[in-house]
Ligand binder design. Structure first.
Ligand code: GLN
Length: 285
């Protein structure tokens, strides 16, 4: 039986029964309260205290969500949004789900930009990076570039949702049209960097649902996007301009060497919260 009382709190055993095989108790708990907040705008303590009862149609909605979770679909895609750096970001199968390590990159960028600067995010996907930057510092001029028209359409919706102005550019960064770009003070990118050979260690919910276009590069070309973007930086960054990358944890050294060869200066590598080499900042000089 689904629930005899129609009380929201009584759905916890249902969540555990359906999802306990796939997720730990703690994850099931988190998923439950995430759904409560998203669907009924109730915080955990309100769910626990209150005796919110669900209508038949609300029950049906929850049942549909649980069904999709049982198929290992990420909760962010089911609900259609996620939180990123104080912003609500819309996501679907065309946009990668923003990751916590990318929030760390945004933190680093924010420590380095000043008021009126022009910033470009290459491979913007959901638009989480430019939207978060613009929301934090409204005087910045912020652009996001992506090859995917569908991702850009979502990113535009998220910019609107957060009430910020971001320019979005559709372009293939491997065949760039430099005329379509301006000069920037800061270029940021979290490009595809997961190797095809990493697939065997990845979670099914990432592999089956997230856009491979945004994730993978061939094993023999791990720096494909990094080289292309660093070259663009040479022509599109103002003197003294900064380039920021999120990187694959195993390619810090190679990325630094490539940037040195192209003439970048003050190259700094940082770890993420898990202690993995994850981001680089350098200066065009
Ligand atoms: N950090 C992401 C992941 O591990 C990958 C992001 C990317 O390829 N740029 O799934």
């Amino acid at each position: 039986m689904f629930t005899s009382t129609n009380k929201l709190i009584d759905l916890i055993p249902y969540f555990k029964k359906k999802l306990g095989v796939l997720y730990s108790d703690r994850e099931v708990d988190n998923l439950f309260y995430w759904v409560c907040e998203d669907q009924f705008e109730l915080q955990k303590f309100q769910v626990k205290m209150g005796d919110k009862r669900l209508t038949e149609s609300e029950l049906l909605t929850v049942r549909t969500i649980v069904k999709r979770l049982e198929q290992k679909e990420p909760i962010q895609y089911i609900l259609g949004t996620t939180e990123f750096y104080n912003c609500k970001i819309k996501v679907d199968e065309n946009t990668l789900i923003p990751r916590p390590e990318t929030e760390e990159l945004v933190d680093w960028v924010l420590d380095n930009v000043s008021k009126e600067q022009a910033v470009l995010d290459i491979g913007t996907g959901s638009g989480c990076i430019p939207i978060a930057l613009k929301k934090a510092i409204d005087s910045l001029t912020v652009s996001g570039l992506d090859i995917s028209a569908k991702a850009i359409a979502m990113a535009k919706e998220s910019a609107e949702l957060n009430d910020v102005k971001v320019d979005f550019i559709q372009m293939d960064i491997l065949n760039p049209d430099l005329e379509g770009l301006k000069m920037y003070d800061v270029i940021i990118s979290n490009p595809p960097y997961v190797l095809e050979s990493d697939k065997s260690q990845m979670n099914e919910n990432v592999l089956s649902y997230e856009p491979h276009l945004a994730l993978f590069v061939a094993d023999h070309e791990p720096l494909l996007f990094y080289i292309a973007i660093a070259k663009i930086g040479l022509t599109q960054l103002n003197p003294g301009g900064l380039l920021f990358f999120e990187i694959h944890e195993n390619f810090g050294k190679e990325t630094i060497e490539m940037l040195e060869k192209l003439g970048y200066q003050n190259i700094e590598l940082r770890e993420d919260m898990q202690g993995k080499d994850r981001m680089i900042r350098c200066c065009r000089g």
